[in-house]
Design a protein around this ligand. Structure first.
Ligand SMILES: [Zn+2]
Length: 159
């Protein structure tokens, strides 16, 4: 028997001002589009902005439903729209932000397990790692590749 460890890695910064101009733009778009979320049940507004390698930016927000499982997270709304409209353009970066009843969450917005799996699929599809910028009012995390959020993942090679 051998006990093994997997290390994950991310960069933490404290303000959008520390981001590059293009990353700051992406975060600003995520914050902006969160206002358009349809979240009457949770009142938890999430925005996501996806930047493709062709330079296009596609945004999405959470879309809830009275039949709860019928809704979808902001990350997948944006990612699926990007992949649907630009099927030959890899995803470069995804920015995610969230607001609760008190305003922007203090800690960085984090994708749920299903969104992590969808992000992995997009990485594998294009054989291109995806950077994640997880936005919070007091911290922003920059994650280089979904392997840092989904270790021991299940993908096409496991079928
Ligand atoms: Zn999700």
């Amino acid at each position: 028997m051998e006990r093994k460890k997997i290390a994950i890695e991310y960069i933490e910064i404290s303000s959008i001002d520390e981001l590059t101009t293009s990353d700051a733009y992406l975060v600003a778009k995520a914050r902006e589009v969160a206002n358009n979320a349809w979240a009457p049940y949770s009142k938890f507004l999430v925005g996501a902005a996806v930047e493709l390698t062709n330079g296009k930016v596609i945004t999405g927000n959470n879309q809830e439903n009275a039949a709860y499982p019928s809704g979808l997270c902001a990350e997948r709304v944006a990612l699926f729209a990007a992949n649907a409209n630009y099927p030959n353009s890899p995803v470069k970066t995804i920015a995610v932000t969230a607001f609760n009843k008190n305003g922007q969450t203090k800690t960085p917005a984090k994708p749920c397990g299903s969104c992590r799996q969808a992000i992995l699929e997009s990485e594998l599809r294009f054989e291109h790692p995806i950077r994640l910028i997880l936005d919070g009012a007091e911290q922003i995390h920059i994650v280089e590749g979904i392997k840092n959020l989904l270790p021991l993942s299940f993908g096409k090679d496991d079928l």
